[in-house]
Ligand binder design. Sequence first.
Ligand SMILES: Cc1ncc(COP(=O)(O)O)c(C=O)c1O
Length: 351
Amino acid sequence: MIKTYMRKDLQNYSPYHAPEKPYEVKLDANENPYTHDPEVIQAMKDWIEDCEHMRRYPDTDCHRLKEAIAEFWKVGKDEVICGVGSDQLIESIAKVFIEPGDKVLMPAPSFSMYKLATTLNRGIAVEFSLDDDYQYPIDTIIQTYQEIQPKCVFLCTPNNPTGSSLAIKDIEKLLQVMTCPVVIDEAYGEFVDRTMIDQIDKYPNIIVLRTFSKAYGCAGLRVGYGIGSKEMIEALHLVLPPYHLNAFSQYMAKTILEKYGHYKDNVKAIVKEREALITALSTIDYVCKVYPSDANYILISVSRDDIVKQLEERKVLVRGYGATGALANCLRITVGTEKENKKLIEVMKTI
Ligand SMILES: Cc1ncc(COP(=O)(O)O)c(C=O)c1O
């Protein structure tokens, strides 16, 4: 009954879904396995003790958090926007720029939210395929861009789930041609230590997205941010709901940014563990290929179609992509702690 009243284009729409499963080792969502700085934990306790915070609405403009981000990146406060995760900013970009029938250019395989946000706003997702090693095919992208003249482009670097990333010179090559809004999603940017944030003056049509969910281990707080020209940021603010980001998350994200040193060390530890895990995965007989990664996860292809299930039965979670499509028989494994990674390899060897 309700379905008959729904928008026709949503009747077969599948939303983003992440079912909860029991686990001992959780390596399926690119989360950060390390603990927080003790001063951050103390700040969290202090905040909770003062109930006044909860009675009041949060700062709808996220002034203090924006100030901290602006200072961190040496940009203007009016060049920063905060969101409920970078997911909300992806949605906002789609809401602001896409009109029904507009084409949006994006990589495949990549983060599913670009396509979902495009579809929800009645745009048409036009995907360009990454090459056989999941690298960005720069000349093909330029050619496709010129052919379809999209309203907006998404680039994900490092790309989820492939781990491949774009060199700055290649992004600049693309930006010589792309005049429409270009989203540069750097959700995993800390792991490759490369950014386009310092180029927002040169390219006022870009919006660089970052998040506290990965390198800063705060996926549960849902804080993301975007940095771009003042004009771009003003446009994106048009569609943000009032009081979108809760007061606790704003306060914690600011506190965490001030303890950057601690999180930088965690990133270094993850990068070191990633290389050890790549070596260990390569020794497993049903692993056909281990792709290099610039992020906190590793994509592998396997010769069997039951590995995700077998691991799940042993309470180890990884992300699987099924037996068909561009990621057929591929698994994405988040880099965990040394102990978690050892457990994963041990369990994989028993299958
Ligand atoms: C490439 C990419 N962008 C954005 C996000 C969204 O991150 P969040 O909404 O937690 O900030 C993710 C989450 O996995 C991601 O992989």
